[in-house]
Write a protein that binds this ligand. Structure first.
Ligand SMILES: [Zn+2]
Ligand SMILES: [Zn+2]
Ligand SMILES: [Zn+2]
Length: 267
């Protein structure tokens, strides 16, 4: 998995902010809007290398160019806040190159929001240049995306239901501030857990750092990475020193390898 963006909705630096974090020269303090790409490397010929994108925010175009991504097999959407879907119009490039619609997996709330906000994609039209997408609504049951089995994890973002995703021994959850007991069960045995932590102080719709650390302790992964950070979190180098063993702040460009022995694959 590659972290393509690890910043909250405004990104870091924040436009017009002169704080120490926004003016930091450390590359790890420059955070595009939260997104990640899971690249499946498998012995199975059919999905030899499958690229699965998690969230398609306003920095999508820049993230694809920076990492020289030449194909996308599926997009998983956590929820339809603009910092997670604002790059949707730019799937056109992949539509042209791949010659097909983009498969997008999301919950009912995200589906409704995207059909409303990007209505022109789904209306009958005569313009060949518009984005083309197939929205696949998912809820509780595992599904196959990009050739691999994905387990959705339902969480709450204040009052908005959001989806986290588990692929083999990797789980990725962002923009949550509550995960119900039954959903916590689905995280059992993960090696790597990615979780949102906005800042140190409490927030109404995101886990703050102490809350995220509590969830991580309960899940007990081998490694945990925090994402979706605001400039209020502080300087990367300083916060990193305060974290418990096995927990790290993610940063843009960070790559993490996870071995999943019994990953279910389908061609
Ligand atoms: Zn967000
Ligand atoms: Zn700032
Ligand atoms: Zn959000």
């Amino acid at each position: 998995m590659t972290f393509l963006g690890t910043g909250t909705s405004q990104g870091v630096p924040v436009v017009a902010c002169r704080c120490g974090v926004c003016r930091s020269a450390d590359a790890r303090d420059k955070r595009l809007r939260t997104s990640a790409m899971v690249q499946i490397h498998s012995d199975n010929q059919a999905i030899k290398q499958s690229n699965i994108l998690i969230d398609i925010g306003p920095d999508f175009r820049q993230q694809m160019l920076k990492h020289e991504v030449d194909h996308l097999d599926a997009i998983l959407v956590t929820h339809a806040h603009r910092d997670h879907v604002g790059g949707l119009d730019d799937i056109r490039s992949f539509n042209y190159v791949q010659g097909r619609k983009m498969d997008i997996y999301l919950n009912a709330e995200a589906r409704r929001a995207i059909e409303r906000d990007y209505h022109y994609i789904f209306e009958p039209h005569e313009f060949p240049g518009l984005p083309e997408a197939d929205l696949h609504e998912v809820d509780d049951a595992p599904f196959v995306a990009g050739g691999v089995e994905v387990t959705p994890i339902r969480a709450m973002h204040k009052t908005l239901p959001v989806l986290g995703f588990r692929i083999g021994k990797l789980a990725y959850i962002t923009d949550a501030n509550y995960i119900a007991e039954g959903e916590m069960e689905k995280l059992k045995g993960v090696e790597v857990l990615v979780l949102n932590a906005l800042r140190k102080e409490k927030h109404f719709s995101h886990f703050c750092l102490p809350e995220a650390l509590e969830v991580i302790e309960r899940v007990g992964p081998r490694r945990a990475y925090l994402t979706h950070m605001s400039h209020e979190m502080g300087l990367h180098a300083e916060v990193a020193k305060e974290l418990p063993e096995g927990v790290e702040l993610a940063f843009d460009g960070l790559e993490v390898e996870v071995k999943s022995e019994k990953l279910k694959v389908k061609s």
